[in-house]
Design a protein around this ligand. Structure first.
Ligand code: SF4
Ligand code: ZN
Length: 132
């Protein structure tokens, strides 16, 4: 058994983690994936393995956000303090720790996230239902 067996994205639609390259709304795909990643028990291992991947969301971080770990981080790589993303970018300031704690208590309705075989889905609706 590997961490992938416990991944919350297992069997879910890959487009959410790897938005179509020609999609102008990549952030909307990532917004849904991010919420799933925030609830995922194996995010640390995932992020570790995907740290140097060029594409896709790993551990809840986009390629831009993961560049925070590289020698030459992109300018907008770091998310603001008080976010789960910044916590995952290794900031353990009070605000980031409390954002992480609050996130742990949040219930997410992962069932509403489309599976691989689902063809048409509306990203805003999924995001809304996910956070209900
Ligand atoms: S952190 Fe996100 S991408 Fe990684 S295994 Fe969990 S759900 Fe999948
Ligand atoms: Zn912080």
């Amino acid at each position: 058994m590997t961490w992938r067996d416990e991944a919350l994205c297992k069997g879910k639609h890959i487009d959410l983690w790897y938005p179509p390259l020609d999609a102008s709304n990549q952030d909307e795909y990532y917004a849904v994936a991010r919420e799933v990643c925030h609830a995922c028990p194996v995010w640390r291992k995932c992020l570790n393995d995907g740290m140097n991947e060029q594409w896709g969301m790993w551990g809840g971080l986009t390629p831009l956000e993961r560049s925070a770990f590289s020698k030459k981080p992109k300018k907008t790589a770091l998310k603001p303090h008080g976010t789960v993303t910044r916590y995952r970018q290794n900031c353990y300031c009070k605000k980031c720790v409390s954002a992480n704690e609050a996130n742990k208590k949040q219930n997410k309705n992962i069932d509403v996230v489309p599976n691989m075989e689902d063809k048409d889905f509306d990203l805003f609706t999924i995001l809304y239902q996910l956070l209900q």
